[in-house]
Ligand binder design. Sequence first.
Ligand SMILES: NC(=O)c1ccc[n+]([C@@H]2O[C@H](COP(=O)([O-])OP(=O)(O)OC[C@H]3O[C@@H](n4cnc5c(N)ncnc54)[C@H](OP(=O)(O)O)[C@@H]3O)[C@@H](O)[C@H]2O)c1
Length: 341
Amino acid sequence: MINYTVLGKTGAEVSRVCLGAMAMGTLMDRDESFRTLDFFAEQNGNFIDTANCYSWWVGKGEFVGDESEAMLGEWMHARKNRARLFLATKCGARLRDPRAIRDADGNPRWAEVPSHYEGASRQVILGAVKDSLRRLRTDYIDLYYIHLDDRKTPLEETLGTLHELVTSGVIRHIGYSNVRTWRLERIRSICERNGWAQPVAIQQEYSFLRPAAGANLGVAVHADDEFFDYLAENPSMTLLAYSPLLKGIYASREKRLAYYNWPLYDTPDSAARLERLETVGNRLGLDGNTLVLAWMLHRKPAIIPVLGGSKFSHFRENLAALDVRLEQNVIDYLDGRSPSL
Ligand SMILES: NC(=O)c1ccc[n+]([C@@H]2O[C@H](COP(=O)([O-])OP(=O)(O)OC[C@H]3O[C@@H](n4cnc5c(N)ncnc54)[C@H](OP(=O)(O)O)[C@@H]3O)[C@@H](O)[C@H]2O)c1
C-alpha cells in the first residue's frame, strides 16, 4: 500500500509517489491506462500528473496533446472518484499547432519545437485552464504548473493570473516546472510582495545519475546541488522528480546507449555511480530501476518521484520500490560518501 506525505506546507496529503500519465491515451490505450489507474488507486495512490500537451509527439501526427487529460477525465468519470484524487496538470508547453511541426515523414522537427510553445501569458493560461477542465471533466485542479519557464512574458502577468485562478477556486495550488533556481527565487519574491499564491511544488528532472557539468538539456531543468540548497531553505516547496529513471536506462546497457540524452550523462561520475548501483543491486537482489526509486524515496526532505511507463507492468514493478528499506550505510555508499558497503 502506498503511504502519504504532505505537499510543502499546504496540509494536502498526497501519495508518496505520483503517477505520471504522460503515455496514457497515446502509447497506452484505454484498457492499459484504466488498468494502471485502477491499480494505482487500489494501492491508495491519489497523486496523478498530466499536462495539456501529453503526448503530441507520439506517432506521425495523429495526436495533439489532449489525449492524456482526456483519458484521465474518462477514467475519473467512469470511476466517480475525482474527489479522492490530487490532480496535477500543466500549461505552457502545448504547441500552438502540433501538426505544423512535423516533416514530410511525420516526424517532429525537434529543433523548432521551443519556438512553438504557447508560453505562459494571461491569455494562454485562461484558455488552457478552461480546456483542461473540460477534458478532465472536473471543475477544479489541485495543482496547476507552469510547464516551462517563459522568459518572454512578464512574471507578474503569469503569477497574477495564477493567483486569480486560486482565488476563484479553479486551481488549488500552483507549481512550476523546468525553472532555474534564480528564477524561482524571483517568482517566490514577486508572489510574496504581492500577497499572491506561491508555488508549492517544483517539478524538475531528477535521477540517480547526474548530467555532465554544463550539459545542455534544452528547456529541461535538472535538479542540482544549488536547487537542493534552495529547497532546504524553502520547505514550503516540494520537489517532484520527473523522469526519475531517465527513460529506463538503469535496466540495461542497451537502453542506456539508446537513450537520446546518454551523451550528456556518459561521464566518469556516472560510471562510478552505476558500478555502485550494480554492487548494491546484486547484494540486495534488486534491479537498477527499483533501486534508484528506492534511493530517491529515502532522500530528505521528501522528494516525490513522478513514475513513468509505457505499460501497466512498469508501474506495477516501480511501485515495489516503496517496500524497499535501505540502511544509511547503503545510501552513503550509493552516493559515494562511503568507499565501501
Ligand atoms: N515536467 C516535465 O517537463 C516532464 C517531462 C517528462 C515527464 N514528466 C512527467 O514525469 C512522468 C515520468 O516521466 P518519464 O516517463 O520520462 O519517466 P522515466 O522514469 O524517465 O521513464 C519511463 C520509461 O522508463 C522505462 N521504464 C519505466 N519503468 C520500467 C520498468 N519497471 N522496467 C523497465 N523499463 C521501465 C520505460 O521505457 P519504455 O517505454 O521505453 O519501455 C518508461 O517509458 C511523466 O509521465 C510525466 O507525468 C514531466
